[in-house]
Design a binder for this molecule. Structure first.
Ligand SMILES: Nc1ncnc2c1ncn2[C@@H]1O[C@H](COP(=O)(O)OP(=O)(O)OP(=O)(O)O)[C@@H](O)[C@H]1O
Ligand SMILES: [Mg+2]
Length: 414
């Protein structure tokens, strides 16, 4: 790593193809948009992706005509059943799609293409971590508002479905038993409300939350996913995040005094003279302290961020509040500190999803940071993402992408 490499940050480089892919005539489906992207040289031709795009095209057609039955028809009752009998039978709910595969295969790219083109007014695309955080928050609030409410899951499912009946989840994964306990019933009710689901994941449905305490109780949820969604595997040999031109490296090895000075400079430049001060974030009523912040830039020592009891909620709050995160001293990790590695994985996933610019000094390159230990396989995705995030245009081109998606993402009535 040298100074001039960092100084070239402003230069352009090959960027994520997502925006250009959406330059299509109205009424274009995901398969045609994909093929057009290949023909225009925006995408490499990839038979596995083409197969997935074909399946998404089928769903795209189906969601164009499908509408969930209105709640009163489902709610039953005399009026409801009379109306239901008089009305034409509603089109059946289309089967959703669960795209699974290794990192960087284009699952999110395809889902985002599908999502952007889906002719559905009430649709929502959300990272699964964020969705689960929100779910816990809402369940909590519903119980607090009405202590006599025994089971908040059905009304929550109705509220979610009323906002959006097409739900696209990026990075479906089940990390803990609290999520596992809620998911089965929540999704059963969501499907009952006529919701259509598309998801991307690195884990096949049958492998979700397996080999963990409580895995047995989780099986019915796996069965629901398998019943409601078609699993599509993306198995191409390419990790498209790799091999891009990298002019501006923002991963400084080793974490020595020179790297620290470099990060000081980056901090100053990114914060553009805003005063440096500590910030306290509120995470569901709990205080999460950010010792060094300036404007929308935060800086941490690695230990302070990943070697104490912080979780997905804290990282999400951090990523939503700050545009740039700087971390000093990422160590090499091993089997003895798998929990630290797991937090770092969650952190990087969250930063990636929220398009936060990330700078760090570290003992090694991402690929070699965590080679052995629980979750070392999951770390491959982290390394792949760090590769993509350390490119110049990360967080700049990406920010512009976001606005387009966000508008479509707004739940109805929000
Ligand atoms: N056929 C392709 N040609 C060129 N670039 C591609 C192609 N497919 C995907 N990409 C790009 O490669 C990067 C990785 O793709 P994407 O994020 O969709 O992978 P993923 O399968 O979701 O990975 P992960 O499991 O880590 O989430 C993205 O920037 C994407 O736009
Ligand atoms: Mg992805």
């Amino acid at each position: 790593m040298n100074d001039s490499a960092v100084d070239t940050l402003a230069e352009a480089r090959t960027e994520s193809p997502s925006r250009a892919l959406l330059e299509v005539p109205p009424g274009t489906g995901p398969l045609a948009a994909y093929e057009r992207g290949v023909a225009r040289g925006i995408l490499h031709a990839d038979p596995e992706q083409a197969r997935a795009a074909k399946r998404l095209e089928v769903l795209w057609r189906a969601v164009g005509t499908y509408r969930p039955a209105p709640p009163q028809a489902r709610a039953g009752g005399l009026l409801g059943s009379l109306k239901a009998r008089l009305a034409k039978p509603p089109p059946p709910r289309p089967r959703g799609v669960y795209m699974v595969g290794q990192v960087g295969r284009g699952k999110s790219m395809l889902m985002d293409l599908f999502f952007a083109l889906a002719p559905v007014p009430h649709k929502r695309r959300v990272h699964f971590h964020a969705f689960m955080q929100e779910t816990h928050k809402r369940l909590h609030a519903m119980k607090a508002a009405d202590p006599s409410l025994r089971d908040p899951i059905p009304p929550l499912a109705r509220a979610i479905a009323a906002d959006a009946w097409l739900l696209c989840f990026d990075e479906f994964q089940v990390n803990d038993i609290t999520d596992a306990m809620i998911l089965g019933r929540l999704f059963e009710y969501l499907f009952d409300q006529g919701v259509v689901v598309v998801a991307t994941s690195n884990t096949r449905p049958g492998d979700l939350f397996q080999n963990r305490p409580g895995a047995d109780a989780f099986r019915p949820f796996i069965a629901i996913l398998q019943r409601e969604l078609d699993t599509i595997e993306l198995d191409s040999p390419n990790d498209y995040r790799r091999g891009r031109e990298e002019t501006g490296r923002i991963w400084l090895v080793p974490p020595d005094a020179r790297a620290e000075r470099e990060l000081d400079r980056i901090f100053e430049r990114e914060s553009a003279g805003s005063p440096v001060q500590p910030v306290v974030l509120d995470v569901m009523g709990r205080a999460f302290d950010v010792p060094v912040a300036a404007g929308d830039v935060a800086r941490f020592d690695f230990e302070h961020l990943c070697d104490r009891a912080l979780g997905a909620g804290d990282y999400l709050a951090l990523a939503q509040r700050f545009r740039v995160l700087i971390v000093d001293g990422v160590p090499r990790l091993g089997p003895d500190n798998f929990d630290v590695a797991r937090r770092f994985i969650t952190l990087v996933d969250t930063l990636y999803e929220q398009k936060v610019r990330f700078y760090a000094s570290a003992e090694d390159v991402p690929d070699r940071l965590y080679e052995r230990g629980e979750g070392a396989v999951a770390f491959e995705r982290t390394a792949s993402r760090l590769e993509e995030m350390r490119s110049d245009t990360w967080g700049t081109a990406a920010e512009a992408d976001d606005t387009a998606v966000e508008q479509a993402q707004q739940p109805a009535g929000a």
